[in-house]
Design a binder for this molecule. Structure first.
Ligand code: PMP
Length: 308
């Protein structure tokens, strides 16, 4: 599996890409990142990186919020990543992370006048990291989401993930798989590291971008396929906690967790005995499209290898 990583402008062995303990990002959480997946197609002998441009566009936005300058524009970041995958001869599913971080070894929390660096590495994805087939059990976290005027959720800030970790740890120590986090004013925001959707009265609902969510890339494409392929009305709006308990179907989505059905929240079963039919249909289409098998959505997938 991959051994070379991109670090400060060069490809170096992963084990040699190290930072000092005084690094600003380590001390203060002043980094932002992109997490991508590549899907290997045996049939085409090709590696497809999913929604690559969108991930790097979002990283650029995060970097802007944190006063960082990335070493290349979006196209350049895509080229670096594809080159990295090729140089590592990746021929299996892969998880890719690009992290921009304040690398100065300086004390004092601030964003201006602190140097930054970019690293990109590729590692094997965790297998069935979320139970995407059978679905998961969630609780509502007692921890609230940090709001846009605290740490903006739309910037994928490393330090913000303490909030996700607090919520998920508490959920798992109490026997659940994951947590759903509410905004400070008590509306549904998202799960620890996934956006949330519910199906009710034949429509697909998801919290609005103003509800302190990371504006997910998977979320954007789920909204699109729900509308275009299944004719489902889609609604982005404020959602109350108790709407979750009475929803017909609920699922979480994200690059890492793909589309994960939620079977239970706070001890209340969601929908019927099985995973809901719309969740299943969306999931099947999503998996096929991610592997480049749906012509209409082929542009989601950037091939890493040049073919004849
Ligand atoms: N919310 C949070 C907090 C996340 O960390 C993620 C994973 N990146 C998501 C939502 C889903 O985002 P995406 O679909 O862009 O991976």
């Amino acid at each position: 599996m991959p051994n070379l990583c991109y670090f400060r402008g060069q490809l170096v062995p992963l084990d040699e890409a190290r930072v000092g303990i005084r690094t600003h990002a380590l001390q203060y959480g002043t980094g932002c990142f992109a997490a991508l997946r590549g899907y290997w197609s045996d049939a085409e002998q090709q590696l497809f990186v999913l929604h690559m441009r969108a991930h790097f566009e979002r990283l650029q936005g995060s970097a802007r919020i944190l006063f960082m300058r990335l070493p290349a524009p979006v196209e350049g970041l895509m080229d670096i990543t594809l080159d990295l995958l090729r140089r590592n001869h990746v021929r299996s599913d892969v998880y890719i992370r690009a992290i921009a971080f304040k690398d100065a070894e300086e004390i004092g929390p601030r964003l201006h006048d602190v140097s930054d660096a970019l690293a990109i590495f590729a590692i094997p994805p965790r297998s069935n990291y979320m139970a995407t087939y059978q679905g998961i059990r969630c609780c509502i976290a007692p921890w609230r989401r940090v709001d846009d005027n605290g740490i903006p959720a739309r910037a994928k800030v490393t330090g913000l993930y303490v909030n996700a970790a607090l919520a998920r740890t508490e959920a798992q120590l109490n026997g659940y798989d994951d947590a759903i986090i509410l905004t400070r004013d008590g509306h549904v925001s998202e799960a620890s590291v996934q956006n949330l959707f519910l199906i009710a009265s034949g429509a697909l609902h998801t919290p609005a971008v103003s509800d302190d969510i990371l504006v997910g890339i998977t979320r954007r494409f789920v909204l699109q396929i729900a509308r275009d392929e299944f004719g489902l009305p889609t609604v982005e709006r404020q959602i109350d906690r108790s709407e979750l308990y009475v929803a017909d179907e609920i699922f979480l989505c994200g690059t890492g967790s793909e589309i994960t059905p939620v079977r239970e929240i706070d001890g209340r079963p969601i929908g019927g005995e099985d995973v809901g039919p719309l969740t299943r249909k969306l999931q099947e289409l999503y998996f096929a499209a991610a592997r480049g098998r749906v012509a209409k959505y082929r542009h989601w997938c950037t091939p890493a290898y040049v073919t004849a």
